[in-house]
Ligand binder design. Structure first.
Ligand SMILES: CC(=O)N[C@H]1[C@@H](OP(=O)(O)OP(=O)(O)OC[C@H]2O[C@@H](n3ccc(=O)[nH]c3=O)[C@H](O)[C@@H]2O)O[C@H](CO)[C@@H](O)[C@@H]1O
Ligand SMILES: C=C(OP(=O)(O)O)C(=O)O
Length: 429
């Protein structure tokens, strides 16, 4: 298995282009199942999760074509993928494919809405908690589907198509909102989604579905209404910038020091996280499609954070923020409210010399003067990148194992950091 080696202690200087968002690209690609016409997605990141989803979609019979480069494009401009689900031959999503990535479970909604049936393996994904799908299934039942569990598969049926209904989520769920939107868009009649997730990726999916002919209002608010239509058409849509990648590199600069401009991104996608970063002492200067992050070497202030659904502080940045707080002056409290087991990075950060105590959903971080490099290993995507950030700021060499987690969600990580002066290299197995 590949490893990443980092020689820490160098400030970062330069420009980092931000990729399209993994968590937007995945549901957008799944939406291609909702029409027989081509859906062209621009700015799709080159990531292992995207490849995994392409395999799943291919298994259903979706054709895909990576559109060739156009003038002015670089390898980091993101790829354009054209997906056509004109001949869906299989409405089963098998265990071997779905177990590697949670988002692939969401194919259940378009398959059910367009073909009246779907058989989808229970999902896998990052090891960050139990991650049930009860609310996704509740949403589909509200739209008239019958659901059975058979041999580890969810078997969903709606022989006469889905029908509009009222879906009131008892808890905010991003995946549940994606599923409800895709189901309702092709249902017969109107649907009201209450307590919907407000994440930018939900807004991006709604925007794309609208281009495809769906009738959706209120995306980005807790109350979304959908007037079902009988068919959708093809469209072209640009994937929005990755706010988690943006926040991750911003925290890397805040921790290692330096002056970096994050390009092709939008500050409004992560304002609460940027506000918090500024209170730690980093200088944050948003531009029209960029964000400049500077830290001049003065101390990092300890700040308390609680994760929350958007517009709150994202759980997908919690591990990275914790890395930053390990070098803060004083004590910070980090509360994780979304996933019950998202502290797997704590024991690995401790190998670098961090002092962190866990009390249920609360991590209490006592800032230390310095971290020292060590071999570490993480069990999920954001935890892995928190170790990269800590390694960039630590003295000496850090070796990060199980790099495949990073490849799920960070496009060209070593190249992007390397060009900003980081000493980072991949050792291929
Ligand atoms: C591919 C993708 O976009 N993944 C993101 C998505 O995951 P995902 O969509 O899986 O996360 P959800 O928003 O659904 O999960 C939020 C909370 O609801 C719970 N829940 C969810 C569904 C359900 O049926 N029952 C239930 O109890 C979950 O266990 C969790 O405690 O949103 C998370 C929360 O912002 C992010 O961390 C993930 O990066
Ligand atoms: C948890 C994540 O991904 P997934 O939902 O696919 O496990 C993530 O992107 O941080």
């Amino acid at each position: 298995m590949d490893r990443i080696h980092i020689s820490g202690g160098r400030p970062l200087q330069g420009v980092i282009p931000i990729s399209g968002a993994k968590n937007a690209a995945l549901p957008l690609m799944i939406a291609s199942l909702m029409t027989g016409e081509a859906l062209e997605l621009v700015n799709v990141p080159r990531l292992a999760d995207i490849q995994a989803l392409l395999r799943i979609l291919s298994n259903h019979g979706v054709d895909h074509m990576v559109v060739g480069k156009r003038p002015g494009q670089t390898t980091e401009t993101g790829q354009t993928i054209r997906l056509t689900a004109a001949n869906v031959i299989d409405t089963t999503a098998p265990y071997e494919l779905v177990s590697t990535m949670r988002a692939s479970f969401w194919v259940i909604a378009p398959l059910l809405a367009r073909f009246g049936e779907a058989r989808v393996s229970m999902p896998g994904g990052c090891a960050i908690g139990t991650r049930p799908v009860d609310l996704l299934l509740m949403a589909l039942e509200r739209l008239g589907a019958t659901i059975e569990i058979d041999g580890g598969y969810v078997v969903a049926k709606a022989r006469n198509g889905l029908r509009g209904g009222e879906i009131n989520f008892p808890k905010v769920t991003v995946g549940g909102t994606h599923v409800a939107l895709m189901g309702a868009a092709l249902a017969n009649g109107s649907t009201l989604i209450e307590n919907a997730a407000r994440e930018p990726e939900v807004v991006d999916l709604a925007a794309c579905l609208t281009k495809m002919g769906a009738r959706i209002e209120g995306a980005g608010t807790p109350r979304i209404t959908v007037e079902g239509v009988s068919r959708l058409n093809g469209a072209r849509h640009e994937v929005l910038p990755d706010r988690i990648e943006t926040g991750t590199y911003a925290m890397a600069v805040a921790m290692a020091g330096g002056d970096v401009t994050l390009e092709n991104t939008r500050a409004d996608l992560l304002h609460s996280a940027l506000d918090i970063l500024a209170t730690t002492g980093a200088e944050v200067t948003p531009g029209p499609d960029s964000i400049r992050i500077r830290r001049n070497g003065a101390g990092i202030a300890a700040v308390d954070v609680t994760t929350d659904p958007f517009p709150g502080f994202p759980t997908d940045l919690q591990a990275q923020f914790m890395a930053l707080m390990t070098l803060a002056k004083g004590r910070s409290h980090i509360r994780e409210t979304i996933f019950e087991n998202r502290f797997m990075h704590v024991q690995e950060l401790a190998r670098l010399g961090a002092r962190i105590r866990l009390e249920g959903d609360l991590a209490i971080v006592e800032g230390v003067e310095r971290l020292k490099g060590a071999p570490v290993m993480a069990t999920d995507l954001r935890a892995s990148v928190s170790l990269v950030i800590a390694g960039l700021a630590a003295e000496g060499e850090t070796q990060i194992n199980r790099v495949y987690h990073l490849d799920r969600g960070f496009e060209a990580l070593e190249a992007k950091l390397g060009r900003c002066g980081a000493e980072i290299r991949r050792e291929r197995a």
